[in-house]
Design a binder for this molecule. Structure first.
Ligand SMILES: Cc1cc2nc3c(=O)[nH]c(=O)nc-3n(C[C@H](O)[C@H](O)[C@H](O)COP(=O)(O)OP(=O)(O)OC[C@H]3O[C@@H](n4cnc5c(N)ncnc54)[C@H](O)[C@@H]3O)c2cc1C
Length: 468
């Protein structure tokens, strides 16, 4: 099938404004959020229904044209960016963005995959419900992308990764079959838990078109504080106390290096309200009951009395709370504005986090000596999940590979994972194939071969394999 034939076939059921072919129209879809990857495509398609997606897949399958699914294009692993061949089609779910149903009593919400997270949470808040997923790209990230990357964020402590909240899914497979289980059952053991196969599959096994998510009652009472701590050991000890005192009302426990916060202050004209030491902790608790405040106050008192925390501030108003979170949420952008960095989205067992950071300091000094690069850490993360964004500003591109491998080797030595929440995409594919167990990789390849034997779904991402 020629390119013209392909476009004619799409035009039979998509309107002209849902098929983008002009370079300036396609540009935002062909580059990732960080501008690390840029690709090319035959066209960008913006279907409006699951049936549209099905027909696109059937046409592409027949023509052996690769499809790159895309949601909000905020992914940090290059998973939604096509390769440079120009032979693939970008399938954006952006126009499939409706809420289909909110069940306040059954505690479920049914949405189309292109639904933006912030928009969904605002609609749920109006009926006193919430989907507790929170991260800095929530103004653009979509439910389909969130599930396809099994996104995490600040609330994982309490609610787990996005995939844990899935109760129903509709997926278009590589041969055009639609598998749809949208009853939103909390219990269903009538077969394999197939939905989890698509969680974190990064568009390589099927295209998610709808989802049912488990929601919860809105937690109107919250308390937020910023604490200054001297080292990671102190932060971990505080975390242990918070778990004891606050239990499942602990919503977020974030760690940020003083240097990284300094870059946010300079880039965005913000001011950290406390005298920071080497690390800052942002802690947030939330609850349906007001008893929370007492326990939080007791935790704060203990934090100061124990000497683990040198300085701190409790948010006295909603705007102060937002100001604290702005420091956290601008970290990624401040980093991008500070120069080139080598990014690591790592997790280690919580008990080995301090060890990882200690050994990391020695490692950075060694790599700097060996390569001649100046390395400035820009570290932040979710301490209770053992997840750090161990990002290193590096002035020499030729040192990036050695640095990346050295950090990943240390992660593996500490019993960790080289991608905790951002996924593999194209950015981490070779490192995953270097470090993940051959048995796990072979299993993934067998699943891919069974579901997408012609490799038309997002080839070159997450799972390797040659197209026939
Ligand atoms: C400032 C910033 C902060 C971030 N913070 C966090 C964080 O704290 N935690 C975290 O986990 N992530 C974080 N991210 C990463 C990103 O926001 C998430 O990975 C998000 O889930 C991606 O959603 P998206 O709709 O933008 O997906 P996209 O970027 O469009 O796509 C991501 C992947 O999913 C696939 N995909 C998209 N939609 C579908 C679909 N409907 N069906 C099948 N496959 C699909 C794509 O092919 C691609 O492989 C952050 C990103 C930014 C820019």
């Amino acid at each position: 099938m020629t390119t013209d034939d392909l476009l004619i076939a799409f035009a039979e059921f998509l309107s002209a404004q849902d098929i983008l072919t002009a370079a300036e129209d396609m540009k935002p879809f062909l580059q990732d959020w960080r501008h690390m990857f840029e690709g090319a495509a035959v066209c960008v398609l913006l279907p409006r229904s699951s049936q549209d997606v099905q027909r696109i897949v059937q046409i592409c399958a027949e023509a052996a044209v690769a499809i790159v699914p895309q949601g909000g294009n905020t992914g940090l692993a290059g998973g939604a960016t096509p390769d440079s061949s120009g032979g693939s089609v970008v399938l954006s779910l952006a126009r499939m963005n409706r809420i289909i149903d909110i069940d306040r009593t059954g505690l479920t919400v049914t949405v189309e995959a292109g639904m933006v997270l912030d928009t969904l949470r605002a609609a749920l808040a109006e009926v006193d419900r919430d989907l507790p997923i929170s991260f800095a790209a929530s103004g653009s990230a979509t439910l389909g992308g969130i599930l396809a990357t099994n996104a995490g964020g600040a609330n994982v402590l309490r609610s787990g990764m996005a995939g844990r909240m899935v109760l129903g899914l509709e997926v278009v497979l590589a041969d055009g079959t639609i598998v749809s289980e949208l009853s939103g059952l909390h219990k269903d053991n009538s077969g394999l838990n197939w939905m989890q196969l698509f969680v974190g599959s990064e568009g390589s096994l099927g295209i998610i078109t709808r989802a049912v998510m488990r929601i919860e009652t809105l937690r109107p009472h919250s308390a937020t504080a910023l604490l200054a701590v001297a080292d990671a050991d102190a932060a971990l000890q505080l975390y242990a106390r918070a778990v004891d005192r606050i239990g499942d009302r602990l919503a977020a426990f974030e760690i940020m290096s003083r240097d990284a916060i300094g870059r946010v202050e300079r880039a965005f004209g913000l001011k950290c309200p406390i005298e920071a030491q080497r690390w800052l902790v942002l802690i947030e608790t939330s609850s349906t009951s007001s008893y929370l405040e007492q326990d939080f106050a007791a935790f704060m008192e203990e934090a100061f009395e124990s000497g683990l925390c040198a300085d701190g501030a409790i948010a006295a108003s909603q705007s102060q709370r937002q100001a604290f979170w702005r420091l956290r949420e601008n970290l990624t952008e401040a980093e991008a504005l500070s120069g080139r960095s080598v990014k690591h989205d790592i997790s280690v067992p919580v008990s080995r986090m301090a060890e990882f950071l200690r050994r990391g300091e020695t490692l950075l000094a060694d790599v700097s000596r060996q390569t001649g690069a100046t390395l400035n850490p820009h570290i932040f993360g979710h301490i209770g999940d053992g997840n750090l964004h161990y990002n290193i500003l590096c002035d020499r591109p030729d040192a990036a590979g050695a640095l990346n491998r050295a950090v990943h080797d240390l992660v593996v030595d500490c019993g960790g994972s080289i991608t905790a929440e951002h996924g593999v995409g194209q950015y981490r594919l070779s490192e995953v194939y270097r470090l993940v167990s051959p048995a796990r990789l072979a299993l993934q390849e067998r699943i891919k071969a069974a579901l997408d034997p012609d490799m038309i779904l997002n080839p070159g991402k997450l799972i390797r394999g040659d197209r026939p």
